[in-house]
Design a protein around this ligand. Sequence first.
Ligand code: UD1
Ligand code: CA
Length: 467
Amino acid sequence: MTERSVVAVVLAAGQGTRMRSALPKVLFPLAGRPMIGWVLEAVRPVSAHRIVVVGHGRDRVEAAVARLDDGAVCAVQDEPRGTGDALRAGLQALADDEATVLVLYGDCPLLRTAALEALLTGLRRSATPLAMLVGRTPDPRGYGRIVRDGSGRVVRVVEERDATPAERALDEVNPGLYAATARFWREAVARLRPDNAKGELYLTDVVAMAAERGGVADVAWPLDELRGVNDRAELARAEAVLRRRIHEALARDGVTIRDLDHIYVDADVRVEPEAVLEPGVVLRGRTVVGARARIDVGSVLEDVVVEPDAVVLPYTVATRSRIGAAARIGPFSHLRPETDIGPEAHVGNFVETKKTRMGRGSKANHLAYLGDGVIGENANVGAGTIFCNYDGVRKHTTVVEDGAFIGSDSQLVAPVTVGRGAYVASGTTVTRDVPPDALAISRVRQENKEGYARRLRARLGSGAGER
Ligand code: UD1
Ligand code: CA
């Protein structure tokens, strides 16, 4: 139902005092996306023009809005004088007086498009100047209450601070989504007065004005989709709802999720069918998990591409990396940015990689630091290998060519190349290039001193020498 004449004004200039943060409230991330991004996503399908009213933390909000929605423009409310004043600022960015204007708050990230469609339908079907959503809740704290007359018509909204005890007991509340023509809004906003507990211009006072001039079309909608986020407890609850939606959508699309409530998948992550996500998995940013890949318990992946059939064993941490098809990573591997693990390669426990490429079928199964490396195919990097990539000033590259074998506890002092099919003996410090098919060995020759241990124990008086 895209209507060219529908404009949405999203109020996002408040201070967000109850968050107790320097970060503007609408920029708090939920499932990896700023709060305002969720709202704009819900609004986009029904409104051709979107105006976000910015104020507190203005530059940052403007930058975020530009990034999130190229069809949105910002209007500025210089002082947070209330939601009514914020709408006044928003209307200044609007030329067409005949447009239908949706007004909503930027702090309701659970909103979905269907609620806005119902609101617009409510306005269109009624002869009233204003339509609004209404919701019921056993715990109305924090919301404006809907006051009705004897025949059930909405007459006004009263804010909690201004309400009488009887009004506070009302369980019908104002979720804060309204629709009217731009003309109506302009006239109504001009008549607002700050005669209330907060001394602000309350947008909600327009409800009483509309009630006097033709009535209010009230559209009931489940409050759970419209909850405002005012503090960090509400933020956490809203995030849990959004994540649950993400996880259920993935599960319906063929992803096995062992426990829908104990994984954390960001909004822009993609997971292909038949992938498996075990409990405690965290997928952030633009991570992609390919078909049939398995991400095991407690792994944290940020901006990682996992190709099909790969296995990421428990407690792996990876950032800005690629894991090739049918590769096996972990448990306890650490892939730092620009790691590129080839198909069928193995990276095992306590291996750290950084800016390292590993070819098909290569293995580094235990305890290694592989920084700035280029490893060919079917190479074997033994336990305890270190790529010494840093000379204190610059980083240098270690090259391990196809089929090379690096014995355990070796140090490769970069820049250095181990040629194709070469061997590096255990415990070697490689400082010069190793030719293909050669053996590099640098080790002190072993000497056995017969009986020395027994004599040593006798001298130390441990008595154990008699064993
Ligand atoms: C508001 C409503 C209340 C409703 C509730 C729904 C008013 C007076 N009250 O209360 O009836 O039940 O939302 O969640 O409207 N903002 C500005 N400029 C300002 C003040 C606020 O842009 O000067 C923005 C905020 O950034 C926020 C939104 O308006 O996104 C709502 O403001 P908030 O202070 O959270 O209003 P509530 O007290 O929740
Ligand atoms: Ca609010």
